[in-house]
Design a protein around this ligand. Structure first.
Ligand code: DGI
Ligand code: FE
Ligand code: FE
Length: 223
């Protein structure tokens, strides 16, 4: 339901999925979600055009459990054997881990395959060696047009100002890498100012983009 499989290609009935997600999110969250699905599609067009629709789909599902109560989150953790400690309850990191499981349960493993699943799983923290797909979902969440937080505005401007003058694939990937470093710097600075714990995946993701200047080097944009 909600899609047609054409060989390897999925055709999504986005209206169908939008309605399903809308029923699970507050109005404010759903507006953010619509922004993320659009941004994921746009970034997909720049970096992996073949996967722009799939990125849009993952963007639509990325915060599917974010408005669930703590009780419901704990119920999902029990059901899917997701380990919980006090820190990820307090820091709201749980919704990424419950979200991918819940999305898979709702829409099947065929639709929520490992790529979509990991896109949701790592959308808040990132991780070292994260894929281009995961990177796009993470960045789309940060810079979607509806975000007005100063850091988001700064990151969006940094990315689009620099991408507009990048002509080759390698220079675009370099803009993406630097944008990711900046995003983690901004997030980590905030977490420190607020005296919050920093997830090890967030630290490793920051170091990965900072230290590894050839991220995504094996990826070709050429059709
Ligand atoms: O779900 P969204 O609000 O759309 O965005 P998100 O999933 O990126 O969550 C953003 C929140 O997560 C924001 O308050 C910063 C926080 N966050 C990101 N990385 C870490 C983190 N919080 C903690 N405690 N530790 C992290 O490493
Ligand atoms: Fe989120
Ligand atoms: Fe989000």
């Amino acid at each position: 339901m909600g899609y047609i499989k054409n060989g390897d290609n999925m055709e999504y009935d986005f209206k169908f999925f939008e309605n399903a997600v809308k029923a699970l999110e507050t109005e404010k969250r759903f507006n953010h979600t619509l922004g993320v699905q659009k941004e994921a599609y746009e970034l997909g067009k720049i970096f992996i055009p073949d996967k722009a629709d799939k990125l849009q789909f993952a963007g639509l599902l990325h915060d599917i459990t974010k408005d669930f109560t703590l009780e419901k989150h704990l119920e999902l953790c029990e059901k899917y054997s997701i380990s919980i400690d006090k820190s990820n309850i307090v820091s709201k990191l749980l919704h990424a881990k419950t979200g991918c499981e819940y999305a898979r349960e709702l829409f099947s493993t065929e639709l929520v395959d490992d790529e979509v699943y990991n896109g949701i799983y790592y959308h808040t923290t990132g991780r070292k060696n994260m894929s281009l797909f995961e990177t796009i979902i993470y960045l789309a969440d940060y810079i979607e047009a509806g975000r007005t937080f100063e850091d988001c505005v700064q990151l969006r401007k940094y990315f689009y100002d620099n991408i507009s003058t990048a002509n080759s694939l390698n220079s675009k990937l370099e803009v993406l890498r630097k944008t990711m470093v900046l995003s983690f710097n901004l997030t980590i600075k905030n977490l420190i100012d607020e005296n919050k714990q920093i997830d090890s995946d967030t630290v490793e993701a920051r170091n990965y983009f900072l230290m590894n200047k050839s991220v995504f080097k094996n990826i070709s944009l050429e059709e």
